[in-house]
Design a protein. Structure first.
Length: 157
């Protein structure tokens, strides 16, 4: 990723795609969201979804995994070119998290992020606030997950 000053509003990056398997859906749900339509195929058939689906928290955690993998790749590329690697600070939060369509076993979700706004920090001039729109889209082109995020990003010295 880039320094705050290098980032351009409107820049969209595809973070990666993930195949949600039956076993992965059940394993995640058993640990973190054991509702019947996430852990029991027979009960899921009788649910409003008609089949086993991934927890929304599973789809969100997978987005985070792909974001961090993208940052790791970008950092390695910057180091290889002899460029400094910017720091990312904490996130003060997110808003408008939505699970728009179910993610079924066998669905492949492609995750992306788009820079929507940048604000220099008033209290910490070495940092800026980056606002992004984040999405997950299934193999049919349906938006299944989205939210708006904010994160502190280091400015160039």
């Amino acid at each position: 990723m880039s320094y705050f000053d290098e980032m351009q509003v409107g820049t969209r990056r595809v973070l990666g795609s993930h195949l949600f398997t039956r076993d992965e859906i059940i394993a995640f749900a058993r640990n973190y969201d054991p509702q019947t339509f996430h852990v029991d195929e027979e009960a899921a058939k009788r649910s409003p979804f008609g089949a086993l689906i991934a927890s929304g928290w599973h789809t969100a955690a997978t987005w985070m995994k792909y974001l961090l993998e993208e940052r790791t790749r970008d950092d390695a590329e910057r180091r290889a070119r002899g460029l400094p690697v910017p720091d990312f600070g904490p996130s003060p939060g997110f808003k408008n998290l939505r699970w728009l369509k179910p993610v079924y076993a066998g669905d492949t979700i492609t995750y992306a992020t788009e820079v929507r706004e940048k604000l220099p920090s008033k209290s910490k001039p070495e940092w800026g606030l980056l606002m992004a729109y984040n999405t997950g889209t299934n193999q049919h082109g349906d938006l299944v997950f989205d939210f708006e995020s904010t994160v502190f990003v280091r400015r160039r010295a």
